[in-house]
Design a protein around this ligand. Structure first.
Ligand code: 9MR
Length: 303
């Protein structure tokens, strides 16, 4: 695994070890052991590390649940502040960019997602996370990461609204993360292109942050065919080619969500065990998807 990462990639996002529930397993403990070891490996191997993520409703530490009344808001704010400042400071000079928040906008709405953070801290919690992160490391690049921009125009409107609110408060975001958990059939390439260019035109850095391409719909026929693997390869190529339309200095990078098919969250977390969503097979051999992706990247590199 490490040999393939060392050879093929120049940037790493740590999938889980930097999430709040991983770093704060209990109210009196902090655990940076796993994150430290990956960050140090990356630095030894000259990889850029992108931080994921300071806040996500799904990586909520369970022990915090009991502080769920408005009277707890000062305490909760302090937990969040300490988490953000301590974490960003610890990796200052090592992790230069962070997904400050992940998926804070509700589905099919332009409003903030209902969450513990919204209820206890009110709608400006994201502004404060960004301020804390900047205080801990003034040079850090701030990303807002979400899914669905490429197929849901309402999500784009929601992000625009969030960005406008932050701008009004004089708070700067550097980039937008498009998770891009996509599939072979949909959405259309035009839809992907329009979503990416919508934010590129506003000057943001663009990170395709969690790319993967499952082969068949979740409840579809699970027979894997060569033609599916070819279509998957085309899809990777086309996405990399669309990325070439982003002005070069705004291309932060493309990150796939883990390395080989057997490492994918789609198999473990989604329990869809026959999918082959990534660039490398179970033996860490390059798949057709790898070669398609590389073709697409060559277009990017020419521009
Ligand atoms: O891939 C991650 C999986 O291993 C974890 O169990 C899961 C819960 O922490 O998170 C997965 O990654 C998610 C990412 O952090 C945010 N975007 C959606 C990803 C897939 O669920």
């Amino acid at each position: 695994y490490a040999a393939v990462v060392a050879k093929e990639f120049n940037s790493v996002t740590i999938e889980n070890h930097l999430k709040m529930n991983a770093i704060r397993p209990c109210d009196t403990c902090w655990n940076y052991t796993l994150a430290d070891s990956v960050v140090n490996w990356c630095l030894r191997n000259k990889k850029r590390v992108h931080g994921h993520t300071l806040l996500w409703h799904e990586s909520f530490p369970k022990w915090l649940k009991k502080y769920n009344s408005k009277q707890d808001s000062a305490f909760v704010e302090n937990v969040l502040k300490e988490h953000v400042m301590k974490t960003v400071k610890r990796y200052k000079g090592k992790i230069a960019s962070w997904d400050v928040a992940n998926e804070v906008i509700a589905d099919k709405s332009t409003e903030l997602r209902q969450s513990f953070w919204l209820t206890i801290l009110g709608p400006n919690f994201l502004s404060r996370i960004i301020q804390y992160a900047k205080e801990a490391d003034p040079d850090v690049k701030i990303f807002y990461n979400d899914y669905g921009q490429e197929y849901d125009y309402v999500k784009i409107e929601g992000i625009d609204k969030l960005l406008a609110t932050l701008k009004f408060q004089n708070i700067k975001i550097d980039g937008i993360g498009f998770q891009m958990h996509t599939c072979i059939q949909s959405p259309s390439l035009d839809s992907i292109k329009n979503a990416i260019m919508h934010f590129a035109k506003q000057g943001y850095l663009i990170h395709i942050s969690e790319l993967d391409v499952p082969n068949y719909p979740k409840d579809g026929n699970k027979t894997m065919t060569d033609s599916m693997l070819r279509l998957q390869s085309e899809r990777y190529k086309n996405i990399a080619a669309i990325y070439a339309l982003v002005p070069q200095k705004q291309r932060f990078g493309i990150t796939t969500w883990n390395l080989s098919d057997k490492d994918s969250w789609i198999r473990t977390y989604m329990k869809d065990e026959l999918q082959k969503p990534l660039l490398f097979d179970e033996q860490y051999k390059r798949k057709p998807a790898y070669y398609g992706f590389r073709e697409g990247l060559k277009i990017s590199l020419k521009k």
